[in-house]
Design a protein around this ligand. Structure first.
Ligand SMILES: NC(=O)N[C@H](N)C(=O)O
Ligand SMILES: [Mn+2]
Length: 283
């Protein structure tokens, strides 16, 4: 930082982010500023919080253990039904020569690659290479395998599928950049949905982009639940009566009806990935 009389010489946000343009997409998710690998965290200090209607989970709090049914893969469950959710959200750190296991019977799965690349195969012999920013939806009881011979990090959502008569879901493979921008009446953020909006799907994954200074217009309170991973940028997230500084790599659980609001700050775009249950009668 330039040091001039009368100006603070502390490193600016700009300096900290100056090399980010040379890093791979979503690099900050697995290399956040306060992660243990940066050795900048203070003993006992965490920004993580666990409240009745929300949780804020930062990388220095992640606890990985071998994922049952997967080989050579470490998992950190960030959201599970023990918190009140009807879904799980976890990070899967696949090591060399690793392979996924199958979800329990009747459970659907969504995977999104935040680092590295994986190969997805299914019983029909279809093979897809998924790189950073790519994702796949696997219907309940759909036999498949996710494999990598190098290292990769996935964020995974699973829930027990809520069936509707005469509707079925299908395997979906895509990437964020190929999804069209959707209308967001009354809002300025950019929105993409990674799954079809048709009735068969009982949740969707939204990708929401905010330029610095942009914020949610609606101070939302709604019946849907959310799991969120900030993929890029930084800002302030309001959850109930708490206001959290947030940066790439941080995750959030939002219970139904928790008041929620976001404002993007800093110098770069904010992008988050958001689970939202949809298309089912709450009764
Ligand atoms: N917290 C959020 O960003 N919520 C979304 N706008 C949503 O509920 O669609
Ligand atoms: Mn919402």
């Amino acid at each position: 930082a330039l040091t001039q009389d009368g100006f603070c010489s502390a490193p600016s946000v700009l300096d900290a982010d100056s090399d980010s343009s040379t890093q791979p997409l979503y690099w900050k998710v697995t290399n956040p500023t306060l992660s243990p690998s940066h050795l900048q965290d203070l003993p006992g200090f965490t920004r993580s919080a666990y409240k009745k209607d929300h949780a804020f989970i930062t990388p220095e709090s992640h606890v990985f253990s071998p994922l049952p049914d997967w080989s050579n893969t470490l998992g950190a469950y960030l959201i599970t039904p023990a918190i009140g959710s009807h879904f799980v959200m976890y990070l899967a750190k696949m090591q060399e020569n690793s392979k996924s296991g199958l979800p329990p019977s009747g459970v659907e799965r969504f995977i999104f690659v935040v680092q590295g690349s994986v190969v997805l195969t299914n019983m029909s012999g279809n093979v897809h290479k998924l790189t950073v920013d790519s994702y796949a939806y696997l219907p309940p009881n759909f036999v498949h395998a996710v494999e990598t011979d190098a290292a990769a990090t996935l964020v995974v959502f699973e829930r027990r599928y809520s069936r509707l008569e005469n509707h079925v879901t299908e395997q979906i493979v895509g990437s964020t950049e190929k999804q069209p921008l959707l209308e967001t009446p009354g809002e300025i953020f950019e929105l993409r949905k990674l799954l079809p909006t048709s009735l068969a799907y009982d949740f969707n994954i939204h990708i929401m982009d905010f330029q610095p200074g942009e914020f949610l217009n609606v101070k939302e309170v709604h019946y849907n639940q959310h799991g969120l991973l900030l993929l890029e940028g930084q800002g302030i997230y309001r959850l109930g009566d708490s206001w959290y500084p947030i940066q790439a790599g941080d995750a959030i659980w939002m219970a139904p009806f928790v008041p929620q609001w976001y404002a993007a700050l800093g110098k770069t775009r904010s992008r988050y990935l958001l689970y939202k249950d949809v298309n089912r009668n709450p009764l």
